[in-house]
Design a protein around this ligand. Structure first.
Ligand code: ATP
Ligand code: MG
Length: 394
């Protein structure tokens, strides 16, 4: 049997002159996602892509991987037949015979307007044969089985399973951002949302080793491994933050420390982001979720940044974030125990309304520039690749 996956995309089709750029990126991402699975060539056809499956390819694994490729609206593992009514209808009969159903419908799409029969004529003939030879009844509204026939230019494709893709834009078309990844539930989901909008992301994790254990770094590594399945290669910077925290403790009263830590993190992240060619920072903040995430504090934190700071979860409830995290296979990792670098030294009552002026005074003796430089220099960088070989630690 001549197996292919018919892949449909969403918004890409709307992008006018940019369309080849989007399609090529999607094609390249599909190639990376299916590496090692005996997928064959990928063809660009009008309005869709076609992925060839070699005889030894495991269709279920290919489907599992395609379900993570942003930009795909839906896809169907299909059988290729000649551009011929008889061949299409016979394949529809064969596929209908392979599964139990009570009602069915044939849904033909004719991209090739030169094919002499219109879609409805193909529906009628294939439907007639399925009724006669397999049985069931026709139900156009809510059928148990839909048999899709796509009439393209050289061949036609028949399939019964139309699977949902993740939507969005292909990773890479929107450029690079830098995500501050804590090891909690929120920031990995924030990273994923940016990927879904076509961004590739580099990751920054701040840790207080050796004051804290290696647990938070190990979690960050595992989260980046999981997230790399969506963008194929990643870089994670593990940034030692202890020195900065110690200095902040000396110069600021406890209620102000969290905001001061965050300002410091942003400055360091920005320095590294520029080196990485990232054009924006991303955090997992959600309005009002914790004391450091009031409007006043967010404003004070952001005041030190010159790159845009994106907070894709700002208006999302915790419960929705948790559900998204579970769906993406991140939740199990995020809830592993760790000691977050900030929870260690966080006071019981952080200020909820800090003012930029107070903070600037407290930072006067910190040696901000030099601290930023020192932390950025001591960063350890790890590379990730998915699927396939692990990349040795840099
Ligand atoms: P998360 O679930 O992502 O940890 P949170 O609700 O716990 O978020 P905070 O701890 O206030 O919120 O952190 C807010 C954001 O600051 C995080 O989403 C993350 O982007 C960033 N951040 C916090 N701690 C770190 C860290 N140790 N390393 C990198 N980024 C961090
Ligand atoms: Mg956290």
């Amino acid at each position: 049997m001549d197996r292919h996956v018919v892949i449909h995309y969403h918004e890409i089709a709307l992008k006018g002159k940019n369309r080849p750029f989007f399609e090529n990126r999607l094609l390249e991402n599909i190639r990376k996602a299916t590496r090692g699975l005996h997928a064959g060539r990928i063809y660009k056809l009008p309005g869709r892509l076609l992925l060839e499956l070699l005889p030894e390819a495991a269709e279920s694994e290919v489907s599992r991987r395609l379900a993570r490729v942003f930009g795909i609206a839906n896809f169907g593992p299909a059988v290729r037949v000649p551009l011929d009514l008889d061949a299409m209808a016979e394949e529809a009969v064969r596929q209908a015979g392979e599964q139990p159903f009570e009602s069915f419908r044939i849904e033909t799409r004719r991209a090739n307007k030169a094919f002499p029969l219109i879609s409805q004529e193909v529906n009628v003939e294939a439907g007639r044969r399925v009724l006669e030879r397999v049985g069931g009844r026709v139900n156009l509204g809510d059928p148990g089985l839909t048999i899709h026939i796509e009439i393209l230019f050289r061949d036609a494709f028949v399939y019964t399973e139309k699977l949902a893709g993740p939507g969005g834009l292909p990773v890479g078309v929107s450029g690079t951002v830098a995500t501050l990844l804590s090891g909690g539930i929120d920031s990995p989901v924030a990273a994923l949302r940016m990927m879904r909008r076509g961004c590739k992301t580099v990751f920054f994790h701040f840790h207080s080793f050796p004051m804290t254990s290696l647990a938070s770094q190990e979690k960050a590594v595992r989260l980046v491994e999981a997230l790399t399945a969506y963008q194929f290669t990643s870089r994670l910077h593990l940034i030692p933050f202890l020195e900065a925290q110690r200095r902040i403790q000396v110069s600021a009263p406890p209620p102000y420390r969290v905001v001061l830590y965050r300002r410091m993190m942003l400055r360091i992240a920005e320095k590294l982001a520029r080196r990485e060619g990232a054009l924006a920072l991303v955090t997992g903040e959600s309005l009002g979720q914790v004391a450091s995430q009031t409007l006043e504090n967010i404003a004070c934190i952001e005041a030190v940044a010159t790159l845009p700071v994106f907070r894709p979860l700002i208006g999302t409830d915790k419960q929705e974030i948790i559900e998204e995290s579970k769906r993406a296979g991140l939740f199990e990792i995020s809830i592993l125990p760790d000691e977050d670098c900030c929870s260690l030294m966080v006071p019981k009552r952080p200020v909820t309304r800090s003012s930029a002026a107070d903070l600037t005074v407290m930072e006067a003796d910190l040696g901000v520039e030099e601290l930023v430089e020192a932390c950025a220099e001591k960063t350890e960088m790890r590379r990730f690749e998915s699927p396939g070989r692990a990349v040795p630690a840099a």
